[in-house]
Design a binder for this molecule. Structure first.
Ligand code: CO
Length: 137
């Protein structure tokens, strides 16, 4: 798995960049989706467009340290909501994007699936935490 270290590197690069960017005043609070090291990924959609805070739909719990259930079935247009019921922070990061980002303990993130397919995801902090959303028409 190369993704965790790549994302970590990108995050560190962003932190260094932010630390050096004094006086710019143009930093966007929502600018966390830039991936300087992600040149090989064909996905260009911003994460904000694919992940949301809508809630509802099929519930998946992120516990320490697994997604439960690991496989959920959904229809096109359905929403899946992940809630972190553990103590550690977890992420919902889809193969090829989007990266729904970090979910703090007690918080939730949702994604609405607009197309059929098999969508696999991982927690970048804990590579053994994997899950799949199977979306059918
Ligand atoms: Co995790």
């Amino acid at each position: 798995m190369k993704r965790p270290s790549m994302l970590l590197g990108a995050s560190l690069a962003l932190l260094v960049f932010a630390a050096c960017g004094s006086g710019g005043g143009t930093a966007s609070p929502g600018g966390g989706t830039a991936r300087p090291g992600g040149g090989s990924s064909p996905a260009t959609s911003p994460a904000a467009a694919a992940c949301n805070d809508d809630g509802g739909g099929t519930a998946v719990a992120a516990v320490d340290f697994a997604f439960e259930p690991g496989l959920v079935n959904a229809g096109v247009g359905d929403t899946v909501t992940w809630t972190n019921n553990g103590d550690a922070p977890h992420t919902v990061t889809f193969d090829g994007g989007p990266d729904c980002g970090q979910i703090a303990s007690g918080e939730s993130i949702s994604r609405t699936f607009d197309a059929a397919g098999t969508f696999e995801y991982v927690c970048t902090f804990h590579p053994q935490m994997v899950g799949t959303v199977s979306v059918t028409d």
